[in-house]
Design a protein. Structure first.
Length: 98
């Protein structure tokens, strides 16, 4: 399996579990609670990717440049999470002051 696909799958599974099961179950859906949960999920995804690729010298393609695993994982998890986050915030009426 291509290394890019491995990181994309790690990100997708972590975000899928978070947005389908963990975040909807939060008793108080506030921006702070969402941010803390997102941080934990991101750390889990990055830690898993790091365990697979740290120090191995594998190059990852972002279509416009070759990057290391950390940059690839950060960029792709951010791009994958933006629509999920936006939908979740709108669906649950979470505002910036909450």
């Amino acid at each position: 399996m291509a290394p890019e696909l491995q990181i994309l799958l790690i990100n997708a599974v972590c975000l899928g579990v978070a947005y389908a099961f963990i975040l909807p179950g939060l008793p108080h859906k506030t921006m702070k609670a969402l941010a803390l949960s997102d941080l934990a999920v991101s750390v889990l995804a990055l830690g898993t990717s790091g365990a697979l690729f740290w120090g191995r010298g594998v190059a990852f393609s972002l279509l416009v440049a070759e990057v290391n695993w950390l940059v690839f994982a950060l960029v792709t998890i951010a791009l994958m999470e933006i629509p999920l986050f936006t939908h979740f915030v709108r669906k649950h009426g979470i505002g910036p002051s909450e």
